[in-house]
Design a protein around this ligand. Structure first.
Ligand code: ADP
Ligand code: MG
Length: 249
């Protein structure tokens, strides 16, 4: 049997007396699309950062493809994980093409096919020689995802990656991400505070509250009322909005 693509085993991260993450055990199978939701401060970012060793757990361990991430050097782990943040941090003085290829270049890996990566993200190829400042926010975010995938990473972690985008761009990029996930056979974890986005894109929705996982359900189960109070409070937001929209005359 294949080990999970990524697993947290009884992981706790303390900052002083505060448990940012409290005894979380979570296994993510290869090929799944997990949405990680929860209010601000619930521990989502800390959980993700422990996967690529930006943060070290106080207790417990994180397994990547069945192997403890602390066993090898951190850069080797990071090459296997594509990581996308909200403030994507493209290098402003490098072209789009140089930004996309930066990871493999730094680590001495073969230069990726930038044109192909731009195609995957549905970016016109003529953005390749441009500087990041000459792109729209949505285009920059697409470049960030292309860069995350450039080392050939099959595991993609996105931390509020669409946060700064307008709703139309956000929706289009979410759908592109889901298609890309299916086409490339990725394992994707998308951190979002938008339950509608989670329900529409993911195959599994994990809800965090105060450092703990409080629900772990399929979108269908959540929409049918499962997952408990914290999860249902989040599901209520888009549902109430839809009902109010339907009532507008
Ligand atoms: P989320 O991403 O869900 O908003 P975080 O993982 O960023 O939540 O934070 C979880 C909790 O841990 C919060 O209470 C936050 O203030 C705290 N925290 C996160 N990072 C640090 C840090 N470097 N030092 C101290 N406290 C932190
Ligand atoms: Mg966060």
């Amino acid at each position: 049997m294949q080990p999970p693509a990524l697993a947290w085993e009884q992981v706790t991260k303390l900052y002083g007396d505060t448990a940012a993450v409290a005894d979380v055990s979570l296994a993510v199978d290869g090929g799944s699309f997990v949405a990680l939701v929860g209010t601000s401060g619930s521990g989502k970012s800390t959980l993700l950062k422990m996967a690529n060793r930006l943060v070290e757990p106080t207790r417990g361990r994180v397994l990547l493809g069945g192997e403890d991430v602390t066993r090898g050097p951190a850069p080797a782990v990071r090459r296997r994980i594509g990581y996308v943040f909200q403030n994507i941090g493209l290098f402003p003085h490098l072209t789009v093409a140089e930004n996309v290829a930066i990871g493999p270049r730094i680590s001495g890996q073969p230069v990726p096919d930038v044109a192909q990566l731009l195609d995957l993200l549905e970016l016109p190829r003529d953005v390749a020689p441009r500087m990041p400042a000459e792109l729209s926010g949505g285009q920059r975010q697409r470049v960030g995802i292309a860069r995350a995938l450039a080392p050939g990473a099959k595991l993609l972690l996105l931390d509020e990656a669409f946060g700064a985008l307008d709703p139309v761009t956000r929706d289009a990029l979410g759908q592109r991400l889901r298609a890309l996930h299916d086409e490339l056979g990725l394992t994707t974890i998308l951190v979002t505070h938008d339950m509608a986005e989670a329900l529409l894109l993911a195959t599994r929705v994990v809800v965090m509250k105060a450092g703990r996982v409080v629900a772990d359900e399929t979108p269908a189960a959540l929409l049918a009322g499962g997952g408990g109070d914290a999860a249902q409070a989040l599901v209520a937001v888009p549902r109430d909005q839809a009902a109010r929209l339907a009532a507008v005359r």
